[in-house]
Design a protein around this ligand. Structure first.
Ligand SMILES: [Cu+2]
Length: 120
């Protein structure tokens, strides 16, 4: 086997390793929410992953500081929430999660994503 073939093999191996790490092993930073949380909407959602307690009223405030129209709407399908987020204003939604699990939220075009984890 020639040296360039070996190099291609090695870089391919690392490439696969990187993709594996990126999609499967990258640790999510989960923010535990007690009662209320503010999510900054700018080039995505921060915090992106929040965890809530089942049956507890939680106020989620979205503050959009990103002028891009992509993020001007937030949708949480499982909670039937669809809100327009005016720039630099805080929009609060209240949810009382009734079942445990993982629920996704996203921008109106489904390009940016976040996750709500409901625990007992
Ligand atoms: Cu979008």
């Amino acid at each position: 086997m020639s040296i360039d073939k070996i190099l291609v093999l090695i870089s391919g191996f690392f490439g696969v390793g990187f993709i594996y790490w990126f999609f499967l092993m990258r640790k999510e930073n989960i923010v535990d929410v007690k009662g209320e949380v503010e999510i900054t909407v700018s080039g995505g959602y921060s915090p992106q992953v929040i965890s809530l307690s089942k049956g507890k009223l939680t106020k989620i405030s979205f503050k959009r500081t990103d002028a891009s129209s992509c993020l001007e709407e937030v949708i949480i399908p499982d909670f039937k929430i669809k809100k327009f987020l005016p720039l630099n204003q805080i929009i609060t939604v209240e949810i009382i999660p009734q079942k445990t699990g993982e629920f996704r939220y996203s921008c109106g075009m489904n390009m940016y994503h976040g996750k709500i984890i409901v625990r007992d």
